[in-house]
Each structure stands twice: as structure tokens, then as C-alpha cells.
Ligand binder design. Structure first.
Ligand code: FES
Ligand code: MG
Length: 587
């Protein structure tokens, strides 16, 4: 397609011969900060920069400076940049949970892209939900879009040891509970894990989702892993801006990239990364907005047998800097492609296929990015489970170690069948109030259950399923108990939990019927989890769960519209609006 064949969308605002009156009206206010009429009527693509960084979002704050390099790239590419803010999301600062705001940021981006004179957009991704939120919005609108990660923080250190984001907190909390460290040491360990600008440096949700944005084809190759302060990060910002302009002329829209093949690639890469348990929620949500039907069964089918190649915390040793130096996503992709485990012909924002992007990449450090033949773990994907407690839930099987299996064996001849006694908590406040209550008699054969923590129940779905054992057990050396819940778990936690149970207890799920002392059986061969309660008694139990009142109107609206975690916790009626760009807004 030649440039002259393309009618830029922004001309309907700034250069409409048929309606000079409206053109003047749109034009004048965009001149008032120094843009010229000549520029705005020069038939150059106008590229938005969706800015997620601010003082409220430290994980993405580097984008405030990176935007200058993006703008220079857009200018050198022949376009005109217009930077704009979207609704902020910061994972650890937003109460009650940042999960409430993913769909809100998606909504804010969608309305901006539709309602303003933009021909393409650079999506500034980073902190957990910012990546899926912006990809969901871009997929719905279908305007040429390219993601730019802000990059992880430098490696953290504390007392000479590597300290990874989040992961160090989960460890230090246990040490604090055992009395091995005091509050001051806890604070210093936490601060040590955040040494620079950037998002979490472990393979938690932020780094996982940025890697998956690259695997989906929505980022330039190599972009996801560059640490925020590295010079390559600002250089990548420049290339991304430049490329965004070309994508407009090529009409390289998200629907050409976000195909079923791309989502299957993302699922496989997630296993290879040892990625976050939040990934299925976000990937399924992006797919829904892209009009591609991806379910948890696709995760089971495409992901479970893929080996884990990346040796990063929380289920490995290293952090973002080593991952980047070992070659990042292109090396992982090349390794999987070589074993025939990906669709190499999937198109990417570079204008080339995944295979063309990554063909020459290979791991520069086999300790950090391993081979398919010598992986960190075989069959590292998420297992999808079901039973009378829920229709679906996911589990990182690689997080279960041998000692753990031994404690729960009901039959020594079936190492994949485990049983335990349920201890049930209605939300994290209940857990914190009761976990050390001796009357509960929690021992090493118990299974901790968290309910009321899903999208409708919490509301928003909270990262609270990775509960630690009572202090008495920690002091005995029992580091973890199995947990089950209808909420999520932090992507920086390596706990072997059964998560994201759907439907949630607040929406009629079986977890609402569970009581303290019920036996629960987990059968990894059959992929089932069941409360061993006679069917008639089970049915007779109350399935109502009391949940907290809404504190804001957004919470009310969110609860009314949100789907279960299995479907991505989306607003289904919002995802039904597809290819919005084809509908020109009225004057
Ligand atoms: Fe923002 Fe982890 S808290 S990236
Ligand atoms: Mg998180």
C-alpha cells in the first residue's frame, strides 16, 4: 500500500476540505502549545503515546522520561506525537486492589483512541495490569498499536544477597513471624529489592505480561526485558516511536497480530518463562477483546507440557538483569521454535513474523535461559483443575516439591493423589484474625482455603490465596501448606496454590459450601479437587456468602458487570465492541 492510498483518520479533524468550519475549530486549540497548522495539515500520522507513568505509578514512572525518546522516534519516522494520560494503575499502592482498575484503564484508553485525532498509538506498559489493560483497549479499537515496556528495575540486593521484588517480602514475612529478623531488617530487605526505576524485577506478573506482549507480537523483539535504567531502554523507546509511524502506513492493525496463533504462542511462552499465575486471566481478557475465544482448556492443551526454560525468581534463581543479558524473550522464543513448539508464522509489530524476528537469537547464558533438552523443569505449565468446589482453577504444578507430596499422600502407590483437612477463611481479614488460633488445630495435613476474594466478592479479586502457615508450624519448619481460593496470588509468590477458582464463592461457586474440617482430595491424575462430603449433605448446605458493601459507585458497577476469573474478569458487553475504529465519531 502506498502512503498516498491511505486516508489518515486524523485528517477528519485537522484537514477536512468539506468542512473548513469544523477543521478550524479542531485546529486552533492544538496550535496553542506551539504545534503549527503546517504540521497538522501535512498528512503526517498523528501518534498517541498512552502514558501510564506518574508519581502515583512508580513502576511505570520511567515512561515520563522515555516519552521524549518515543517522540523523537515518531518525529524521525515522519509522524507527530501527542502524549496523553490514561487512568493510573499501580499494583501495590491501590486499595482495595489494582485489579479493580484494569478494565477502567482499558475503558479510558478505548474512549480516547476513538474520540481523538489519532492514527496510531504507543502503549507504555509496565506494572502488572497496565500491560493487559492497554492491549485490551487497543485490540477493541483496532488502531495500529505498539507496546513499549518501561522495563524491570535493576537487580535488588540486601546484605550481599540477591533480593527480588515481592519474593523477598514473602520470605522476610516468614522470617519476621519466626522472630529471626526485626521490623527494621524487614523494611531494609524490602527497600533493597527496589533499587532503581522500573517494574518488578522477578518473573512476576509485570515481567511475565511484558514478555507475553512481546510473544504476542505487540512489542519489538527484545523490548520486554531491558532494565529501565539501561541505555538500550531509551534506544528501544526511540525505535518503537519510529516504528509506530510505519505501522500506520502499513495498516498493521492489532487484528492482524492478535490471532489465535499469537495467543497459543503466548501460552507456550508463559510456561517457558515459569510465568505468573495471573497470566491466564489477562491473556484470556486480551483475547476476548481481540475477538479470539481462548479458554483455560487452551492453557491446559497448549501450555502444560511446555518445559520451563527461564531460571528466574520466584520459581528459579535469577532476576531481570540476568534474564535480559541471557537474551530475553527472543532467546526463549528461538529455543521453543527450534523444538517446533510455537507458530513461527505469526505476524508481529516489526512487520516480520515471530520466526524472522528470533531466528538468530540464542541464549547467552545457559544458567538463566536453558534448552528444551535441559530445562529448569519439564511440563512446567499450569494445570487446570475442576470438581465440586469449582468448575475451574489453576495450579503451578512445578511449585509442588517432593516433601510436600509426601505429607499429603493418601495412598503411597498414587503420588499424585493428596488429601487434607480444610480450614476455611472468608477473606484476608478473617485469615489474619484466626490463623494463629489454637482452637483451629492447624497441622501439616491441613489445606488453607480463602474465599470471598474473587472479582465480585472482594470486589476486584485480591492476591491473597498464598497464605502462610500459622507461626507454630513455621517455627517447626513447615514452610507452606496447600492453599485453595477464589482469589489470585501474587505473581512474585512461588507457593503451590490452587487459584482463580471459578465460579467464585460470591457467585454460587462450591467453595461457599465448604466448612472447617471437611476432607479435600486433590487428584493430579484426574485433574480434580473435591470436598469429600456426601452429595445430599453438600447440596443441602447454604451456598450464600456474605460480602462487604460497595464503597464507591465504580465497585458497584464493576461487580454488576464483571465475569469470572476463568473468562478473564472482563466486562463481556465491553468486549463485544470490536473494531471500534471503523465507526467515526460524530462532530
Ligand atoms: Fe508494579 Fe510489581 S508492583 S510492577
Ligand atoms: Mg500482583
Amino acid at each position: 500500500m502506498k502512503k498516498t492510498d491511505i486516508q489518515l483518520r486524523s485528517r477528519q479533524w485537522f484537514d477536512d476540505d468539506a468542512d473548513p468550519g469544523m477543521t478550524a475549530l479542531y485546529l486552533e486549540r492544538y496550535l496553542n502549545f506551539g504545534l503549527t497548522r503546517e504540521e497538522l495539515q501535512s498528512q503526517r500520522p498523528i501518534i498517541g503515546i498512552a502514558q501510564t507513568g506518574s508519581d502515583l505509578v512508580p513502576c511505570n514512572r520511567v515512561h515520563v522520561e522515555l516519552a521524549d525518546r518515543v517522540k523523537q522516534g515518531i518525529r524521525d519516522g515522519g509522524g507527530i506525537p501527542l502524549e496523553f494520560p490514561v487512568h493510573p494503575i499501580q499494583e501495590t499502592g491501590r486499595r482495595p486492589t489494582a485489579a479493580l482498575d484494569r478494565n477502567l484503564q482499558c475503558l479510558s484508553l478505548t474512549e480516547i483512541l476513538h474520540g481523538y485525532p489519532l492514527d496510531g498509538v504507543v502503549l507504555t506498559t509496565g506494572c502488572d495490569k497496565t500491560t493487559p489493560a492497554l492491549l485490551m483497549g487497543a485490540a477493541s479499537v483496532n488502531l495500529p498499536a505498539i507496546a513499549l515496556s518501561g522495563g524491570p528495575m535493576l537487580n535488588g540486593h540486601y546484605l550481599g544477597r540477591c533480593a527480588g521484588s515481592g519474593t523477598v517480602i514473602w520470605e522476610a514475612r516468614k522470617r519476621l513471624a519466626r522472630g529471626e529478623i526485626d521490623t527494621e531488617a524487614f523494611m531494609q530487605a524490602a527497600a533493597g529489592s527496589a533499587p532503581s526505576a522500573g517494574h518488578c524485577n522477578t518473573m512476576g506478573t509485570a515481567l511475565t505480561m511484558n514478555c507475553l506482549a512481546e510473544a504476542l507480537g505487540m512489542m519489538l523483539p527484545g523490548c520486554a526485558s531491558i532494565p529501565a535504567p539501561y541505555r538500550e531502554r531509551a534506544q528501544m523507546a526511540y525505535y518503537t516511536g519510529k516504528r509506530a509511524v510505519q505501522m500506520v502506513w502499513e495498516q498493521l492493525t492489532p487484528d492482524r497480530i492478535l490471532t489465535r496463533a499469537a495467543f497459543e504462542n503466548a501460552i507456550a511462552v508463559c510456561s517457558a518463562l515459569g510465568g505468573s499465575t495471573n497470566a491466564p486471566i489477562h491473556i484470556n481478557a486480551i483475547a476476548a477483546h481481540a475477538g479470539v475465544h481462548i479458554t483455560l482448556e487452551d492453557w491446559q492443551r497448549c501450555g502444560q507440557r511446555i518445559p520451563q526454560l527461564v531460571n528466574c525468581q520466584p520459581v528459579g534463581e535469577y532476576l531481570g538483569e540476568e534474564f535480559h543479558r541471557a537474551g530475553g524473550v527472543p532467546s526463549v522464543t528461538a529455543e521453543l521454535l527450534g523444538a517446533g513448539l510455537l507458530h513461527g508464522d505469526a505476524l508481529t509489530v516489526s512487520g516480520r513474523t515471530l520466526e524472522e524476528n528470533c531466528r538468530d537469537s540464542r541464549s547467552a547464558d545457559r544458567r538463566v535461559i536453558r534448552t528444551v533438552d535441559e530445562p529448569v523443569a519439564a511440563e512446567a505449565g499450569l494445570m487446570v483443575l475442576s470438581g465440586n468446589l469449582f468448575d475451574s482453577a489453576v495450579m503451578k504444578v512445578s511449585a509442588i516439591d517432593g516433601e510436600f507430596r509426601r505429607r499429603y499422600l493418601s495412598d503411597p502407590t498414587s503420588p499424585n493423589v493428596m488429601e487434607g483437612r480444610a480450614i476455611v477463611f472468608d477473606g484476608p481479614e478473617h485469615y489474619h484474625a484466626e490463623i494463629d488460633n489454637p482452637a483451629l488445630n492447624i497441622d501439616e495435613e491441613c489445606i488453607l482455603v480463602m474465599r470471598g476474594a474473587g472479582p465480585k466478592g472482594y470486589p476486584g479479586s485480591a492476591e491473597v490465596v498464598n497464605m502462610q502457615p500459622p507461626t507454630a508450624l513455621l517455627e517447626k519448619g513447615v514452610q507452606s501448606l496447600p492453599t485453595i481460593g477464589d482469589g489470585r496470588q501474587s505473581g512474585t509468590s512461588g507457593s503451590p496454590s490452587i487459584l482463580n477458582a471459578s465460579p467464585e464463592a460470591a457467585d454460587g461457586g462450591g467453595l461457599a459450601r465448604l466448612r472447617n474440617g471437611d476432607r479435600i482430595r486433590i487428584d493430579l491424575n484426574l485433574r480434580t479437587v473435591d470436598a469429600l462430603v456426601p452429595e445430599t449433605e453438600w447440596r443441602a448446605r447454604d451456598a450464600q456468602l456474605a460480602t462487604p458493601a460497595n464503597q464507591t459507585w465504580w465497585q458497584q458497577l464493576y461487580r454488576r458487570e464483571v465475569s469470572g476469573l476463568d473468562g478473564g474478569a472482563i466486562f463481556e458487553s465491553m468486549a463485544d465492541y470490536r473494531n471500534i475504529i471503523a465507526r467515526t465519531p460524530r462532530h
